[in-house]
Write a protein of this length. Structure first.
Length: 256
């Protein structure tokens, strides 16, 4: 990192990116690339992620969870293991922030499960860790309605599960619910598209073969004719005696 870069400015810009994450893959990748660009500040930026997870809306926390999948995958590929190590250490804190025990983040349980499963498949998280977290998630996966409660539904809808009657500031209002539905729809659309996408490596290989293949010329036609005649002779020679006799008789020629 350049000596002229202000660490405070880097942190503020990164916080802004996290706060404005949306359902697009581009926004998550951009934030991940920024974190890796300033990997010398990995501890500061990691603490920034945790801070945003504990202070932003539930929608934003879900988007940050998806962002973490991109960050950890990219960090693992670039062999910058500090981001991976710190997230392995703090993964329970992350899960508690994205879907708290009070039920305010019930709508995020599926998000957490999907990301954890992906990180386990990529060997970033241990299977045992994911299994233990799943046991906690089962208790929080009661109903997404708990996370989509609107203040318009009355005071009871805003009460937390501990029964103390205190309003839970993390519950989603109508605008946030609509935003969440739209972002989930966008994610599902991208998932369907990715199922039918042809991997870039296959396309690149096909184009390479096409470029390396020369145009068909007169020599190629002559060679093709010769190969066909050779094939016909081999087929004829492979016929058994009575078949060759039958073919000769059909042409009016004795087989004797």
């Amino acid at each position: 990192m350049s000596a002229t870069v202000d660490p405070f400015e880097v942190r503020m810009r990164f916080s802004g990116q996290l706060q404005h994450l949306n359902a697009s893959t581009t926004s998550a990748q951009k934030a991940a690339q920024y974190a890796l660009k300033y990997k010398e500040m990995d501890e500061d930026l990691h603490s920034c992620i945790l801070e945003q997870l504990e202070k932003t809306s539930m929608n934003t926390r879900a988007n940050i969870m998806y962002f973490l999948e991109h960050l950890l995958e990219m960090a693992s590929k670039e062999r910058h293991n500090e981001y991976v190590r710190m997230m392995q250490r703090d993964i329970l804190r992350v899960v508690d922030a994205v879907c708290p025990e009070d039920g305010s983040g019930a709508a995020n349980v599926k998000v957490v499960r999907r990301v954890l499963q992906s990180l386990m498949n990529k060997s970033i998280l241990l299977e045992q860790t994911v299994t233990e977290i799943e046991a906690c998630l089962k208790e929080r996966d009661t109903s997404a309605d708990g996370g989509f409660s609107s203040p318009a539904n009355g005071d009871d809808a805003g009460r937390s599960r501990n029964g103390n009657g205190s309003s839970n500031s993390n519950r989603l209002d109508k605008r946030q619910i609509e935003q969440r539905i739209e972002e989930d729809r966008e994610r599902h659309k991208r998932m369907r598209e990715s199922m039918w996408a042809v991997p870039g490596t296959i396309q690149e290989e096909a184009m390479k073969l096409l470029e390396e293949t020369s145009d068909l010329g007169e020599d190629d036609h002559i060679l093709g004719v010769e190969e066909w005649e050779e094939f016909q002779r081999e087929v004829e020679d492979s016929k058994c005696h009575h078949l060759r006799g039958r073919a000769a008789a059909a042409n009016g020629v004795s087989s004797h």
